[in-house]
Design a protein around this ligand. Structure first.
Ligand code: 23J
Ligand code: MN
Length: 258
């Protein structure tokens, strides 16, 4: 690295030689949140209440109160979100090393498969086939599963029927491969959660949560615009709010793409 490396970076961003892509969805009361099986406590959605808006409550200023579950909209899953990751001291929103919050991304496109099968499962074999074409996934990088699910609107996004939610996600052997053989930083998706809609029925249940967080790995959910990223070469910037002991938080995810 030279003295110019960082100034070259921002110059290339300013000229458009490096594209800046927003991977986040808007946050408002319509932002969709996960529904859990009915025996469990549910997450509230996003709520915004005005404090003042250039009025008698505050004549020259506008501001709001906000509230939501930590896992609302485009959001970060910290290792401590899951019981398997609860003992990592550096696994909460305030303790994750900042170096982990800017990293390279591998984008695996399974949008066609997901369009044909809402319960499409990304397997280790599929990841290995992707690596044969695009190169190995390096340690400390993100794997982002492109499904184009973020293009779905209304009820088609959660896609719930009498058997629960039908959204694509990773298999247990996929997550095991990414953790054990590739030592990835984390796993990100366009769907409402990092696990498949039917992931409660996998063995182990919810492998992206159970195995990723059990190995101090991170998650990103409700991403959008993954179709604007190359398979390799992008870098994503993902700092969650520094909530003390937080399990995650909504965030703005920004990608830098060649
Ligand atoms: C709580 C319980 C189960 C799940 C989740 C949250 C998520 O998907 C999440 O947003 O982390 S599966
Ligand atoms: Mn989450």
């Amino acid at each position: 690295m030279t003295n110019e490396t960082l100034t070259n970076l921002v110059r290339d961003m300013a000229t458009g030689a490096i594209r800046v892509v927003d991977l986040s969805v808007p946050l408002d009361e319509n932002t969709q949140v996960i529904g859990l099986p009915e025996e469990f406590e549910q997450s509230p959605g996003f709520k915004l209440e005005r404090i003042s808006q250039y009025d008698d409550k505050g004549p020259a200023w506008y501001w709001n109160k906000i509230s939501c579950g930590e896992h609302t909209g485009t959001h970060f899953d910290a290792p401590g979100h899951w019981v398997t990751g609860k003992d990592y001291n550096d696994g909460y929103t305030d303790t994750i090393a900042p170096e982990k919050l800017i990293a390279a991304a591998n984008v695996i496109d399974v949008s066609k498969e997901s369009a044909e099968d809402a319960d499409y499962v990304l397997t280790a074999d599929k990841v290995k086939a992707w690596e044969a074409e695009h190169g190995a996934i390096e340690a400390g990088t993100w794997v982002l599963m492109r499904t184009d699910w973020s293009k779905r609107t209304g009820a088609d996004f959660l896609n719930i029927d009498e058997n629960g939610s039908h959204c694509p996600g990773p298999s247990p052997d996929c997550i095991e491969y990414l953790v054990k053989e590739r030592d990835v930083l984390g796993f990100g998706v366009e769907t409402v959660g990092t696990d498949a809609g039917q992931g409660f029925h996998f063995d182990p249940p919810l492998p992206a949560h159970t195995l990723m967080h059990g190995n101090n790995k991170l998650g990103l959910a409700s991403l959008t615009n993954l179709d604007q990223l190359p398979p390799k070469g992008a870098v994503i910037v993902t700092p969650p709010l520094k909530i003390v002991n937080g399990s995650g938080s909504p965030l703005r995810v920004i990608a830098l793409a060649p």
